[in-house]
Design a protein around this ligand. Structure first.
Ligand code: HEM
Ligand SMILES: *[C@@H]1O[C@H](CO)[C@@H](O)[C@H](O)[C@H]1NC(C)=O
Ligand SMILES: *[C@@H]1O[C@H](CO)[C@@H](O)[C@H](O)[C@H]1NC(C)=O
Ligand SMILES: *[C@@H]1O[C@H](CO)[C@@H](O)[C@H](O)[C@H]1NC(C)=O
Length: 324
């Protein structure tokens, strides 16, 4: 083999592997040049109608990526062969925004049929939601394909619960390749959106089983929360995750935690249970720009959790079901 031939083969293999398994922002530039604009328009309309939708869409990407990777598995409905992740403990009566994803998919199917994956829609919608809420944007690597199945066990086991201990939460992040910096930065998502009473009630009444409220929770904030989150009933009453600026993507989430006003136990333990995470919380509380920058980096990292690429999986026509 002469050198030019070797070079050509080398180049070819580089091109093939580049298009085969690595995500990149220009993935749809030729196959669907308007893809990103279409996603943004639909997200913009949805958030204009309901501010909270930005938070709900951001969360969907997280709940997708932590279960079998960022593969759109979260979006599949129950069918004869699929037990939907929508019925898992973290998602049931909680995950929302699926109709917005349907609207995006419908618009994309009209523009370029079976080209843009549901998994990529989730990644783009998460970025657009962050920006619409006032946060810093980032370029979204693209080229994910959609799963042929779902895993309700994966959803129950892989997604951290609000009453998990810090070591458990750290382990669940580590299992998908995310470190302490990613954990603290990504938790900053709780600068927007809501949580139900049932997600933090235990902290208000019987945190450790001794009938006492969580001692790391500011007492007056706890009293305020108890008025709409009684000992029993009111499970679905909604509370802002960030009591100061609940609809703006800023660093008040971290300032609140420093003040003992993190809503979820999983929020507050970042400050009270480890020196390393405490230092990161302090840093982001003091430096909003440092948070915004790290959030973007960590979102890209989360978006890279074992995607399906090349010929794996499929491009769903309808995000709720596999193609027949
Ligand atoms: C660190 C572990 C995490 C835990 C334990 C956790 C837990 C929760 C819980 C319990 C809720 C409220 C659900 C409800 O009551 O209905 C919530 C809401 C939310 N979470 Fe997390 N979360 C974590 C990390 C993340 C990450 C990494 C993101 C995004 C990258 C995220 C984004 C959100 C958003 C935006 C909301 C509000 C959703 C809405 O208003 O619809 N969370 N989270
Ligand atoms: C899916 O079906 C299972 C049982 O077949 C049910 O328990 C679950 O609630 C359903 N999930 C949804 C999201 O409707
Ligand atoms: C955490 O909350 C879940 C759901 O409410 C509950 O089943 C579990 O017992 C709680 N775990 C701990 C350690 O309190
Ligand atoms: C607190 O929780 C513990 C353990 O779950 C239980 O034995 C106790 O009765 C509870 N106390 C109150 C006041 O609810």
């Amino acid at each position: 083999m002469d050198t030019s031939m070797t070079l050509l083969l080398l180049l070819l293999s580089v091109v093939v592997s580049a298009s085969g398994d690595k995500l990149f922002p220009q993935f749809y530039d030729r196959s669907c040049p308007k893809a990103q604009q279409i996603v943004k328009n639909v997200v913009q309309n949805a958030v204009a109608k309901e501010t909270r939708m930005a938070a709900s869409l951001l969360r969907l990407h997280f709940h997708d990526c932590f279960v079998k990777g960022c593969d759109g598995s979260l979006l599949l409905d129950n069918s004869s062969t699929i037990v939907s992740e929508k019925g898992s403990v973290p998602n049931r009566n909680s995950a929302r925004g699926f109709e917005v994803i349907d609207r995006i998919k419908d618009a994309l199917e009209k523009e370029c049929p079976q080209t843009v994956s549901c998994a990529d829609i989730l990644a783009l919608a998460a970025r657009d939601s962050t920006v619409l809420a006032g946060g810093l944007g980032w370029e979204v690597p693209l080229g994910r394909r959609d799963s042929l199945g779902a895993s309700i066990q994966g959803s129950n086991r892989g997604i951290p619960a609000p009453n998990n201990t810090l070591p458990t939460i750290i382990t669940k992040f580590k299992l998908v390749g995310l470190d302490l910096v990613d954990l603290v930065a990504l938790s900053g998502s709780h600068t927007i959106g809501n949580a139900r009473c049932t997600s933090f009630r235990q902290r208000l009444y019987n945190q450790t089983g001794n009938g006492q409220a969580d001692a790391t929770l500011d007492a007056s904030y706890a009293a305020q929360l108890r008025t709409r989150c009684p000992k029993s009933g009111g499970d679905n009453n909604l509370f802002f995750l960030d009591l100061v600026s609940p609809k703006t993507f800023d660093n008040y989430y971290f300032k609140n935690i420093v003040a003992g006003k993190g809503l979820l136990s999983s929020d507050q333990v970042l400050f009270t249970r480890s020196g390393a995470t405490m230092a990161l919380v302090r840093r982001y509380a003091e430096n909003g720009a440092a948070f915004a920058k790290q959030f973007a980096v960590s979102m890209v990292k989360m978006g890279n959790i074992s995607p399906l690429t090349g010929t794996k999986g499929e491009i769903r026509k309808n995000c709720r079901k596999v193609n027949s």
